[in-house]
Design a binder for this molecule. Structure first.
Ligand code: GDP
Length: 334
């Protein structure tokens, strides 16, 4: 029997789903590999698997975490993750690393990261794939989150580097968005893009220890002020978004940070915002899948692909108007 035999595939999917629901980390890792695969038969399996698992109705707290390289993300996630597992919680860490999709080199993929956490049986760490196709990063991450939830993790941390559009994408699949910053040298706010600040529910100023402590506390006060001016989400409690000091290295400030995350999550749950946000996110996901599917279908047809090429060039050289060129491709598809 071949793997593409439908009943055999069904049995395999069923066994994998059962193992994931039982919390088997190896099965979870295999399932994530499956959703990352570009092969059509793997895709079909992945979809069947996700569909089966969706019914389990398990939900984790999804925390998006962003910060520029060097700010202390790995150190923080390790310390914070261990803090959570120490309380009996199961923690999954997923990385979104746009650099690896572009260059094949990874900012986040270093194997020696989070060594202690990776040995913790209550933790699961998945580095970002080095060969992810650009458009596939969002899908892969969403699906990996869904798999971790089905595997019974209480918290899913989705880590991203502070570049480009990855924050927006991660914020769009998280319940909470946390921005990790370093103490500012002078009185300048560290050139954090306004849009990224606006997504943050919690700003954690890391490295609040030793010589950096007073600078960190000043930075916290600066950001607290900036956050108050920036925006107020009508639905959130008065004092959010917030800025707090932490030291990932000294493992200080982790409990208060976790308290604040839980307080905000509980509030949103109680007020019904949580469910509404999740519903919107699920709908967005669905619509993105439809769009991506249509594009993939267009690109599969060699004649249309050639047309896309030619018209793309014509548009780039100013010989055709974009809307007109797009209409022509769509007409050919019809
Ligand atoms: P990432 O690139 O954001 O993942 O940052 P890392 O976790 O690799 O940390 C970058 C550097 O900052 C390392 O040398 C860490 O030891 C250091 N670092 C991280 N957290 C802290 C902290 O809380 N205090 C101090 N003083 N250094 C830290």
């Amino acid at each position: 029997m071949t793997a593409s035999d439908p009943t055999e595939t069904q049995k395999k999917t069923h066994a994998l789903a059962e193992a994931i629901l039982a919390g088997d980390r190896r099965a979870l890792a295999r399932a994530i590999t499956l959703v990352e695969s570009g092969r059509a038969d793997h895709r079909a399996e992945a979809e069947a698997l996700l569909d089966r698992l969706a019914g389990a109705g398990r939900q984790a707290l999804r925390i998006g975490l962003s910060g520029t390289p060097g700010v202390g993300k790995s150190t923080f996630i390790e310390a914070f993750g261990l803090h959570l597992t120490g309380q009996g919680l199961r923690v999954a860490v997923l990385a979104v690393d746009p650099s690896s999709a572009r260059s094949g080199g990874s900012i986040l993929g270093d194997k020696t990261r989070m060594e202690r956490l990776s040995r913790d049986p209550k933790a699961f760490i998945r580095p970002s794939p080095s060969q992810a196709q650009l458009g596939g990063v969002a899908r892969r991450t969403r699906e990996a989150v869904a798999l971790c939830e089905a595997a019974g993790f209480d918290v899913v941390l989705i880590e991203t580097v502070g570049v480009g559009q990855s924050e927006t994408m991660v914020a769009g699949m998280s319940d909470l968005f946390v921005l990790l910053l370093a103490p500012a040298g002078g009185d300048e706010l560290q050139g954090v893009k306004r849009g990224i600040m606006e997504m943050a529910d919690l700003i954690l100023v890391n490295k609040a220890d030793g010589e950096l402590k007073s600078a960190a506390l000043r930075t916290v006060a600066d950001y607290a002020g900036a956050l108050r001016l920036l925006r107020k989400r009508a639905q959130d409690p008065e004092d959010f978004p917030k800025a707090l000091p932490v030291s990932a290295l000294a493992e200080e400030g982790l409990a208060p940070a976790w308290d604040q995350m839980q307080a905000l999550a509980d509030w949103r749950r109680d007020q019904g915002h949580w469910a509404r946000t999740r519903a919107t996110q699920a709908r967005d996901w669905f619509e993105q899948e439809v769009r991506a599917g249509l594009l993939a279908r267009l690109a599969r047809d060699p004649a249309i692909r050639a047309r896309l090429e030619t018209l793309g060039r014509a548009v780039a050289e100013g010989r055709a108007a974009p809307a007109r060129a797009a209409a022509e491709v769509l007409a050919a598809f019809d």
